[in-house]
Design a protein around this ligand. Sequence first.
Ligand code: PGA
Length: 263
Amino acid sequence: MRVIIAKDYDGISRTAASIIAKEIRAKPRAVLGLATGSTPLGTYKELIRMHKEESLDFSGVRTFNLDEYFGLPPEHPQSYHTFMSENFFDYVNVKAENVSIPDGTVTDVESFCAGYEESIRKAGGIDLQLLGIGRDGHIGFNEPGSSLGSRTRLKTLAEETVRDNARFFGGEEKVPRLALTMGIGTILEARKLVMLASGAEKAGAVKNAIEGPLSSQVTASALQLHPQVAVVIDEKAARLLDRREYYLYVEKMAEQVEHDTGI
Ligand code: PGA
């Protein structure tokens, strides 16, 4: 696991965007797993800038979003469909037919979820999955207690998540209580994972995910099982890490090796 500690939010956004851009330049038909929430906003802004100024081309890119609120139609202002259009897709050249976001209005949930998994498989699997982390340690909407082998399914939001998201809905009572989300098993099948965290309020979750025991009570701890993970966090989110100095040292050594050997 690489733990990249950037100075601030802009630093994590630039780092995450450059990892994603490198993936797309190496594989123009890359399959990206995308995330919503406040944290990846800066990453999307930076990718949009790269598209406009550095001709980063998304025309062959296929995308799958992690999750969607259950019961919200795509056109709802707080749906993740709307979020992705307003913050990313409207400004880059990803083709509409190459975008998949779970549909919060389906009635046959089980067959929809099985179909979502099947589409990911048919696309060749996800090359790089972007993730945020909730204060309760969730990734996607895999709340504490989610099986570490879980697949795409309907999940009940934890109280803490409802409270955290109330700011977008103008009150807790308006926040949907259910969501469709990729499972931890689905996420772990992506070839690379990039998890972002920013701010002191995420420091506890980050500490538990990276340095705590592997546990379904902190579903982000499942990242410890994955061979290719970059955790990109700012100094505030890194505040509680015991091995913070070591992670900084490792990154310095990696830079040195890159400089000396060109790899
Ligand atoms: P945030 O959400 O980026 O809005 O903090 C992260 C998450 O809950 O996954």
